[in-house]
Design a protein around this ligand. Structure first.
Ligand SMILES: *[C@@H]1O[C@H](CO)[C@@H](O)[C@H](O)[C@H]1NC(C)=O
Ligand SMILES: *[C@@H]1O[C@H](CO)[C@@H](O)[C@H](O)[C@H]1NC(C)=O
Length: 385
């Protein structure tokens, strides 16, 4: 009896992992047939399985419209999506642009995506936006909302309409070896945006895009970014923060080992010049190489485009304990270090430690307003803290 039980147990555990090939659900890899239903059916089957499940996307091109992978009725907390092919959005941008996301996961736990390429074909929407005409806002290519224990590994995202990847309201997400690419002139195509999330780790991201390589919104905490290559793009940005008067703060952010090439900013903190109870604290930027970056180190608390919607022209966001350690390279403008802090809530605890930035082979300059802190080791341009 006991032996039979053991054999049964072995049998069950060895056959436990089930694979759902999207082609068995009707997906065609011709790049022309709409595969949205087939992908959602595979998702439904994986969700209904009581043991770990893999959704397998073989080589080829799969056309997908807006796809919503809902966690609400999903019992499975171990779903792997293994992608060998490319998922493309319809060439007419209106097909997916009405929704905020192209591929949306919400309320899921334990979803991993391995490999694959997403091509949202955003270029015609960028052209529309750049022409100044009225155009839809566009869809984020891959969004995770209110989800836990997420892994994205080896995924390539091309030509998003809006953000490439969004992590919002999540706990414990690992983004590894992602490659993100869009034109340097593509508007709002942030690489990875993280907000209202804790325990997000981004390892080895390679991002070239038209907006921030990584952007960090309200309520991000315990965020780790390591070994980033950024350019073209607008750098790593904490912000914009402080639009709302009641806003969750950003804390415990580490950006370790990063290269910025020809970007608009390097490491930036940006807040609206509006009243807010938001904050930024405990941030470390470490081992960073700047190559011809317009604003290598910048805190901008006077953000108020067109001087609209900022009645008192001061940011309520309190910035404290931000460390810049081992940052070197070249600035494309003379002011390489710019701390423009709030006059009502000055920055405190800013640390510059081994910073050497040059402008046309000469020392650059530093500019400080309402910024307090210390400098250690070699600091060029001379600290104004
Ligand atoms: C800060 O975040 C890291 C992960 O990025 C985590 O390991 C560490 O425990 C956090 N520190 C605090 C004080 O929460
Ligand atoms: C700063 O970097 C430049 C260029 O690499 C170098 O020539 C200069 O000696 C460095 N300055 C200091 C004080 O180390």
């Amino acid at each position: 009896m006991i032996q039979i039980l053991i054999i049964l147990t072995l049998f069950c555990s060895s056959s436990a992992e089930t694979t759902y090939n999207v082609q068995s659900f009707g997906a065609k890899s011709d790049g022309k047939s709409d595969c949205t239903k087939a992908f959602l059916s595979a998702w439904g089957a994986a969700c209904a399985a009581m043991s770990p499940a893999t959704i397998y996307v073989p080589q080829g091109t799969y056309l997908l419209g807006n796809a919503y992978f809902a966690g609400k009725l999903c019992k499975n907390t171990a779903i792997t999506i293994r992608i060998e092919g490319t998922l493309v959005a319809p060439s007419d941008y209106n097909a997916i642009a009405k929704s905020e996301s192209w591929l949306k996961f919400e309320g899921v736990t334990g979803v991993s995506i391995f490999g694959g390429t997403l091509d949202a074909q955003g270029s015609q929407l960028w052209a529309c936006k750049n022409s100044g005409n009225a155009c839809p806002k566009g869809a984020t290519s891959l969004a995770f909302y209110n989800s836990n224990n997420i892994m994205i590994s080896g995924l390539t995202s091309l030509n998003s309409q809006m953000f490439h990847v969004l992590i919002d309201g999540c706990n414990n997400a690992n983004l590894v070896n992602m490659k993100i690419s869009a034109d340097g002139n593509s508007p709002n195509t942030d690489g990875i945006h993280v907000e209202k999330s804790s325990g997000v780790t981004i390892m080895n991201p390679d991002v070239g895009t038209g907006d921030d390589c990584v952007s960090i919104g309200p309520g991000a905490s315990n965020l780790w970014i390591e070994n980033l290559a950024c350019g073209p793009g607008h750098g790593v940005s904490i912000g914009s923060l402080g639009w709302d008067s009641q806003e969750a703060g950003v804390q415990n952010v580490t950006v370790k080992t990063a290269t910025f090439s020809g970007t608009e900013n390097g490491v930036r903190v940006k807040t609206w010049a509006r009243p807010s109870n938001g904050f930024v604290r405990n941030v470390l930027f470490q081992h960073v190489v700047m190559s011809n970056v317009q604003n290598p180190i910048i805190i901008d608390q006077n953000y108020c485009p067109n001087h609209e919607s900022c009645p008192n022209q001061a940011s309520g966001v309190k910035i404290s304990d931000v460390t810049y350690q081992d940052i070197h390279g070249t600035s494309a403008t003379q002011v390489a270090v710019n701390f423009d802090c709030s006059k009502t809530r000055p920055c405190t605890g800013i640390t510059l430690d081994e910073v050497n930035l040059t402008y046309k082979d000469k020392p650059a300059t530093a500019s400080c307003a309402n910024a307090g802190g210390t400098a250690a080791g070699v600091v060029e341009p001379t600290s104004c803290l």
